[in-house]
Design a protein around this ligand. Structure first.
Ligand SMILES: Cc1cc2nc3c(=O)[nH]c(=O)nc-3n(C[C@H](O)[C@H](O)[C@H](O)COP(=O)(O)OP(=O)(O)OC[C@H]3O[C@@H](n4cnc5c(N)ncnc54)[C@H](O)[C@@H]3O)c2cc1C
Ligand code: FES
Length: 511
């Protein structure tokens, strides 16, 4: 028997709803036929858009209208209410939109709007013609996709040392590692996308050198690829464990899909794991391995996990959730050696482990930029357009240090959405659009059923205030310095988090 189709909820928007039921900035979820549709009002204008975010399916009705966009409550993707375009990552696929008619104080949703075609292509004889992107991760993929979305019809070459086409890296430590995400969730786009979009994707290809004067990159195999504009998006690499026994086959790092698969393969038979490092990745790995019923011990030098990033209160709360799920912490401890399957700790204890995962931080991959003579400032120095000290060469993602308008200082941040949005901004600037990158940094992290959303950036703060209750999993935590809110973390206060983001944007508006 066929499963009964769930009917979209709410009013039939084709029959109309009173305009007065829709406050300015408000949204009403309803349906048109079988399609779930969201009606959104901004001033006198009313828009109709699909209800389910094209990233991971977040409920847009619980998001926020900002200008003529709607922001997703889960990971802050931003969609145009006029066209449905995913104007800011992490979503890339557009949403459906419908025509709206207002008559005698009633709003009716009419036909679906046909998706807009590609933007007008740049003329073939217009410069630049050859775009090269080094790095097939968050920033590199987002840049390639945006170049084509913006109608660029010259050559786009995406060179990646990875084995796999661009994929959902954050999931490598979350549902995928826990065994709760199928393989087909991982690619950011199916293989045909690159063919259809004429993006030359060169996998397992290491770029060995960049020559800013000759305008070419040279691959490790000696082949040269010329460029008119270049984007460096080489990301970061995990810090390796430099202790005796740290290079054994059961000792893993986690950066790539290949790394994640190797841990999964080992987890099939492992009974006891030691995670070195109580970073976000270390703790997400702990949660994923607990989901696989593996005994997990976390060893870390700090006394309070995540205190440096989130403050002691939130850090201790996250530690407690992990303990509730059976994770054992060995804090103010470090591993001195791994003898066979025994992890020897500085304090004298020994932990048996048939799987060790090392999550002790990452280093930005700067070698290419350094050797090319680009300006380095604890990262690749870029201006507000993400252009490096060499004209026409851009950098984005984990390697880039940019002047952040909100923080009023130069930042280098290792967040997925920041990298994607920088890739998008860099692509537009490679096309000559001169758009400042001024998005407020955002990241999310998931610990069992507790999601944490964080906007802004606070390396140091002099005041931290909690609105709501951390223990009740319903809070907004503000990090302030000199009275100014630098960052806000939240648990299950998604719309408030979006409002804080919009407030920060108003202070540092997009130029
Ligand atoms: C397991 C895991 C979970 C994470 N979870 C989150 C999360 O929940 N939220 C969040 O905000 N952030 C998360 N992050 C961080 C986030 O993934 C990174 O900030 C983001 O991927 C950075 O994007 P990027 O494009 O700069 O680099 P990457 O995505 O690392 O991509 C770099 C690419 O460059 C390639 N490359 C490097 N050197 C060369 C070379 N010389 N030649 C050719 N190719 C090269 C690499 O193979 C890779 O394809 C996570 C990271 C990991 C590893
Ligand atoms: S589900 Fe909407 S941004 Fe992720």
């Amino acid at each position: 028997m066929a499963a009964e189709q769930s009917k979209p909820k709410g009013p039939d928007l084709a029959r109309g709803v009173p305009l007065d039921d829709l406050a300015d900035g408000g949204m009403i979820g309803g349906h048109v036929g079988e399609d779930a549709v969201l009606l959104a009002r901004r001033g006198d204008e009313v828009f109709a858009i699909g209800t389910t975010c094209s990233h991971y399916g977040g409920p847009l009705a619980e998001g926020l209208i900002v200008g003529d966009t709607v922001r997703c409550p889960w990971h802050h993707a931003c969609f145009s209410l006029r066209t449905g375009e995913a104007v800011a990552a992490p979503a890339f696929n557009p949403m459906s939109c419908w025509h709206v008619e207002k008559r005698n104080g009633t709003v009716f949703v009419r036909d679906k709007i046909e998706p807009a075609g590609k933007r007008k292509a740049q003329r073939a004889n217009a410069k630049p013609k050859r775009m090269v992107i080094v790095g097939g991760g968050a920033a590199g993929f987002a840049a390639a996709e945006m170049l084509r979305r913006e109608g660029f019809d010259g050559d786009v070459t995406l060179i990646s040392s990875d084995d796999a086409a661009p994929y959902d890296r954050p999931n490598c430590s979350k549902d995928y590692l826990a065994g709760n995400a199928p393989e087909d969730w991982m690619p950011l786009r199916p293989a045909e996308f690159y063919k259809d979009q004429s993006i030359t994707l060169e996998l397992r290809s290491e770029v060995a050198a960049v020559d800013p004067n000759a305008r070419q990159v040279t691959l490790a195999n000696g082949r040269s690829v010329p460029f008119d504009k270049l984007l460096l998006a080489t990301g970061a690499e995990p810090v390796r464990l430099d202790i005796p026994g740290g290079h054994q086959p059961h000792v893993h790092v986690l950066r790539s899909l290949t790394d994640s698969r190797a841990i999964i393969a080992k987890a099939k038979t492992a009974r006891r794991a030691v995670v070195l490092g109580a970073s976000f990745i270390g703790l997400e790995v702990a949660a994923a391995l607990r989901a696989r019923k593996i005994e997990v011990h976390v060893v870390a030098p700090e006394g309070h996990p995540l205190e440096r990033v989130l403050g002691r209160e939130l850090g201790e709360f996250i530690r407690a959730i992990h303990e509730e799920h059976g994770v054992a912490f060995h804090l103010e401890e470090t591993a001195m050696a791994i003898e066979g399957t025994n992890v020897k700790l500085k304090g004298g204890a020994t932990l048996a482990a048939d799987l060790v995962v090392v999550g002790i931080g990452v280093r930005p991959r700067l070698e290419l930029a350094e050797r090319a003579g680009l300006k380095i400032d604890r990262g690749v120095a870029v201006n507000e357009y993400l252009e490096t000290s060499a004209p026409g060469i851009f950098a984005a993602g984990d390697i880039a240090r940019w002047p952040d308008a909100h923080a009023g200082e130069r930042l280098r941040i290792e967040h997925w959405v920041v990298a994607e949005r920088q890739g998008q901004a860099a692509a537009r600037n490679m096309l000559g659009q001169r758009r400042r990158f001024s998005d407020v940094p955002f990241f999310w992290s998931q610990h069992y059923d507790v999601p944490i959303n964080y906007i802004g950036h606070a390396e140091k703060w002099d005041a931290l205030d909690v609105e709501g209750s951390i223990d009740k999993r319903d809070c907004l935590v503000r990090y302030r310095r000199g009275g100014k809110v630098l960052a806000v973390a939240s648990i299950l206060r998604d719309v408030d988090n979006l409002k804080e983001e919009a407030a920060m944007e108003r202070v540092a508006p997009n130029a």
